[in-house]
Design a protein around this ligand. Structure first.
Ligand SMILES: Nc1ncnc2c1ncn2[C@@H]1O[C@H](COP(=O)(O)OP(=O)(O)OP(=O)(O)O)[C@@H](O)[C@H]1O
Length: 304
C-alpha cells in the first residue's frame, strides 16, 4: 500500500519543539514543546482558545511558524513528510455536493494512490463505518455524524504514517467513536504516532496513552499517562476499625473526605506515608490503597 508505515518501517516520533505563533501582538502558541511517540495515542486538551488548532495547523504547515520547529525522524519536517500524514482539520474541507466515494477516491489519488487502490480503500473504510450503502450519496445528504465519519475516512485513506486530528470525535455517537477508535488502533499497531484534540475528557481518559495539556498557549503538562498519573498528588483511601476522624491530626496529611471508618487523604510528601500507616495500623487498619487519578483529574489539576 502506498505510503504505509509498514512499507517504510516503524514511524518515528513527531517532535514539536518550542513552537510559537503570534496573531498581531498576541502570542497564542508560546514555546510549545511535546513529543508524539510512535504507536501512542496522544490526547491534546485545553480550554477553548488554548491554541490546539493553531499548533496543529503549524504542524501541518497550514500556518506559518513564528518560532521553533516540528521534527520528524530527527530532522525538520518537510512538505513531503506531511503529504504522508493524515490530517483532519477543524474546517473539515470536503465538498458537500459531491458523492462520497468520488471525493475519497480523488483525495487518495492526490496523495499518490492509484485509482483502484483509492477506491478499494475508501470502500473498506466506508464499510467499517457502516456507510457502504451510502457511498454514491452526496456528502450533504448524510447526517452530520456520518459526514464526520467520511472526514475521518479521508484522513486515513492513504494509510498515513502519522495522524493529526482536530476534534475527530466531536459529533460522533458512541458506536461511531468505537469504530473510529478501532481504525486508529490499527494504525497505532503499525507504530504510527497519533495526536488528537478533544474536549471530551472521559474519552481522552479512556483512549490516551499520553497527554498534552495546553493553557493559554503554554504546555502545562505533557507525557505518558502513567507518568502523569504517578506524578499527581499522593492520595490514599484508608479504612481502620475506628471512626476515621483521627486522621485530621496526622502530620503532613490533608483530609479530603471522611465517612465512618474510611478517610480519603492527600499527603504533603512521601515522608508522611510511613507515620500515617503506623497510626492506622494501631487503629486496626483494614485498607490503605493509593488513589490513581484519572486523566481528567490530572487535566483539572494542571489547570488550577
Ligand atoms: N487567524 C486568526 N487570527 C487571529 N486570532 C486567531 C486566529 N486563529 C486563532 N486565533 C486566536 O488564537 C487563539 C487560539 O485559538 P485556537 O483555535 O488555536 O484554540 P483551540 O485550543 O483550538 O480552541 P478550541 O478548543 O475552541 O478549538 C484564540 O484566542 C483565537 O482567537
Amino acid at each position: 500500500m502506498n505510503g504505509s508505515a509498514a512499507a517504510h518501517g516503524p514511524a518515528p516520533a513527531l517532535e514539536v519543539r518550542h513552537l510559537t505563533r503570534r496573531f498581531g501582538e498576541r502570542t497564542v502558541v508560546d514555546d510549545v514543546t511535546f513529543t508524539v511517540e510512535p504507536g501512542r495515542m496522544t490526547g491534546f486538551v485545553g480550554a477553548n482558545g488554548a491554541g490546539k488548532t493553531t499548533t496543529m495547523r503549524m504542524v501541518m504547515g497550514v500556518l506559518a511558524v513564528h518560532g521553533g520547529e516540528v521534527r520528524w525522524g530527527g530532522r525538520a519536517l518537510t512538505a513531503a513528510d506531511r503529504a504522508r500524514f493524515g490530517y483532519m482539520p477543524e474546517e473539515r474541507g470536503l465538498y458537500p455536493k459531491q458523492p462520497v466515494t468520488d471525493q475519497l477516491t480523488y483525495l487518495g489519488q492526490l496523495r499518490g494512490m492509484t485509482r483502484r487502490d483509492a477506491q478499494a480503500e475508501s470502500a473498506r473504510l466506508l464499510d467499517r463505518f457502516g456507510l457502504g450503502g451510502r457511498r454514491h450519496d452526496k456528502l450533504e445528504s448524510l447526517s452530520l455524524g456520518n459526514q464526520q465519519r467520511v472526514q475521518i475516512a479521508a484522513a486515513l485513506l492513504h494509510r498515513p504514517v502519522a495522524l493529526v486530528l482536530d476534534e475527530p470525535f466531536s459529533g460522533l455517537d458512541p458506536v461511531a467513536v468505537d469504530s473510529m477508535v478501532d481504525l486508529l488502533r490499527d494504525r497505532l499497531a503499525d507504530g504510527v504516532p497519533v495526536i488528537f484534540s478533544s474536549h471530551q475528557l472521559d474519552l481522552v481518559d479512556r483512549l490516551c496513552d499520553s497527554l498534552v495539556i495546553l493553557s493559554d498557549g503554554r504546555v502545562m503538562a505533557a507525557g505518558p499517562a502513567e507518568q502523569l498519573r504517578s506524578g499527581g498528588p499522593l492520595r490514599f483511601r484508608l479504612t481502620a476499625t475506628v471512626d476515621a476522624g483521627w486522621v485530621r491530626g496526622a502530620p503532613g496529611v490533608r483530609v479530603l473526605d471522611v465517612e465512618g471508618a474510611t478517610a480519603v487523604v492527600e499527603l504533603a510528601d512521601d515522608a508522611a506515608r510511613e507515620p500515617l500507616l503506623r497510626a492506622a495500623v494501631e487503629r486496626g487498619l483494614r485498607e490503605f490503597s493509593p488513589i490513581v487519578p484519572s486523566l481528567s483529574e490530572i487535566y483539572r489539576e494542571a489547570l488550577r
